[in-house]
Design a binder for this molecule. Sequence first.
Ligand code: EPZ
Length: 430
Amino acid sequence: MNQYVIHGGHPLFGEITVSGAKNAAVAIIPAALLVDGVCRIENVPQISDVTLFFSILEELGAKVRVLNRHAVELDCRSIHSTKPSYELARRIRASYYLVGALLGRFGEATVAMPGGCNFGVRPIDLHVKGFRAMGAEVTEGGFIEAVAKDGRLKGANIYMDQVSVGATMNVMMAAVLADGVTTIDNAAKEPHIVDLANFLNSMGADIKGAGTDSIKIRGVEKLTGGTYCIIPDQIEAGTYMAAVAATGGQLLIKNVIPKHMECISSKLQEMGVSIEEHDDALLVRRSEPLQRTNVKTLPYPGFPTDMQPQITVVLALAEGTSIVTEGVWDNRFKYVGELKRLGAQIQVDGRVAVVEGVGRLEGAPIQACDLRAGAALVIAGLAAHGTTTLGSVQYIERGYEDMVGKLRAVGADIEMVDLPEPEKQEQTVS
Ligand code: EPZ
């Protein structure tokens, strides 16, 4: 199994270019199923979740033409099935977007219940509530089966009991070809929500208010195709900002939208990290000892939950005691047990972690347990003195394009090796 071997303790210096946003791409690619035409999509990240979606769309009858590393042409004019294969669809969480897209275009969809990271219960009741409000009959089991009663969804007013990225995007997709107007209140406002709305509008949809907590979608007869460029990945950028904060040094993080980074930049600045904003780049520098602070993850524009493991690693190296509160997921501290193998002093109680900063971490063999935790453990290995081997790196490759290459280019001593998997260590979180 592939592992990363990291010889840590060195500061990072250089430039890193951020790829297209994973959580925008894994919504925009299935959304192409709504388009009765050709979509040219640029700035697509080269990650395994994206290539998996290309296989799913091809299986449904789409023509997928990879134009280069970061651009693809999707032609969904000849879709012949609304039932993606169980084996492929169940492998990623974002497969639930196939329901909204297929139901919206064809009035029916049968999709395997999603897989993905397991940090607590990941229900889809709000997605189902939205589809039912628009006139679909939905049954859940190993599959999600949805059928529009009269063959076409009808516009509806939907209130989201809690802010949900997936439910907001899924209902938006289902609504663009519905008969009438749909409103989504208490909608999520993440940058990738706006990106999906902009993609759909560039294909002929009529969506207003994305990025606010109230989105209005006026159903149209068909989407005809066009060209769209995906936004840069806020979380990938934040991950590399956390890396240089942890190791010390200076990185120019290129291809960012500074506005999207504000919540992350301000938190790192509280810790003594210097951040200089350029038009589409951030110059991030850390030379002084890190200062403690508190973090609570919240829906955008709050501090993103997908940056919680990464910022916790930085806090583990800061002077003093910090409190990290996970405001979105029930159990997103599973990685702490692995972090403690490197010498971190962290006590977890449900959604709260108390982090006692330590002067330094020491390398050790550890395992990734999900995508962002894996990225955080890479950061810990880069900061730790000595050698860290990180297993289960396939999680990381789902959401980060060429992390090893990007880090090596700025001085990190990290390489991917194919080693026999160490015996499974019990992951303990105290
Ligand atoms: C998306 O997951 C992201 N995944 C997650 O990123 C991210 O952590 C999350 O949004 C929050 O920003 C993708 O975009 C593929 P939610 P999603 O619906 O849509 C509850 C990563 O690292 N909820 O916003 O599944 C849910 O339990 C991944 O890139 C319901 O109760 O998240 C959670 O507590 C990990 N019912 C909260 O809402 C529902 O029907 C937010 O979930 C849906 C969600």
